[in-house]
Design a protein around this ligand. Structure first.
Ligand code: PRT
Ligand code: MG
Length: 225
């Protein structure tokens, strides 16, 4: 058996999550669930992290790749922001728990002083820069507002400052990033927090293996509520 086969034939539970704020906020929940990673994803180059429990391992992926790993069953469970799940569409995913971590809001923001309501009232066509193309398109379609969507992969705040776009759609928590870039939030699209997601097929066909982990997370949430 080669190393790849050995890894893909793992018969414990695989949890996919991203490093950074999702891992930082999930670590205490994992601990309350009795799961302690044996390496720190910030300093380790390992992408598969063993835990104190031989039947549980973590895989470290990009935040926006978490739903994909779980959808295709490469991970049984994932932790992802609602922003990422809305953009992915949620196919193949069961979403049993709101973990209430990594909270923020998905907002429309404009340069300070830009008359957003006026522009919409006049039926102006807005240029909107965002990494949330699907969610943004849906939001403005529901409002009946015509937009030209400009897909970016980061630093949305720069787009209005350089004339790339009129408005942006981005996550806001403290509001400091908007303020530092002379932007202001004008509309909330969604309240965001991280969710625990489960591969739908694994949940139906292999619940005895998965449910104890989901229940341990749930119990940890109740303890802290
Ligand atoms: O970095 P990578 O491209 O791999 O992915 P990512 O940027 O999506 O990952 P990461 O780790 O930055 O964010 C993971 C998840 O954390 C997101 O999907 C959200 O669900 C959640 N989250 C919560 C946030 C924030 N709060 C947040 N404030 N993600 C990003 N931000 C950014 C925001 O985009 C903006 O640039 O922080 C800035 C605003 O913060 P304030 O405090 O200045 O308002
Ligand atoms: Mg990031």
């Amino acid at each position: 058996m080669n190393a790849g086969e050995a890894l893909s034939s793992y018969d414990g539970v695989t949890i996919a999550l991203s490093k950074g704020r999702i891992f930082d906020d999930t670590a205490p929940l994992l601990k309350r669930a009795g799961i302690v990673p044996l390496a720190d994803p910030e300093s380790s180059r390992q992408l598969i992290l063993p835990t104190n429990r031989p039947d549980v391992r973590l895989v470290i992926v990009r935040a926006s790749d978490v739903p994909t790993y779980v959808q295709y069953g490469a991970a049984d469970i994932g932790i992802a922001g609602k922003d990422v799940l809305m953009e992915h569409g949620g196919g193949g995913l069961y979403q049993p728990l709101d973990l209430r971590i990594a909270q923020c809001r998905l907002m429309v923001a404009v340069p300070r002083g830009f008359d957003y309501a006026g522009a919409i009232g006049r039926g102006a066509r807005l240029r909107v820069a965002t990494k949330y193309a699907v969610t943004t398109r849906n939001h403005f379609a529901e409002k009946g507002v015509h937009v030209d969507l400009i897909k970016l992969y980061g630093s949305m705040e720069l787009a209005p400052l350089t004339g790339l776009a009129d408005v942006i759609v981005d996550l806001v928590s403290s509001g400091n990033t908007l303020k530092a870039n002379h932007l202001e939030a004008v509309e909330e699209i969604a309240r965001i927090s991280a969710r625990l997601v489960v591969n739908v097929a694994a949940w139906k066909l292999d619940r005895a293996r998965i449910a104890p982990i989901v229940e341990a997370f749930e119990a940890g949430l109740e303890d802290s509520a």
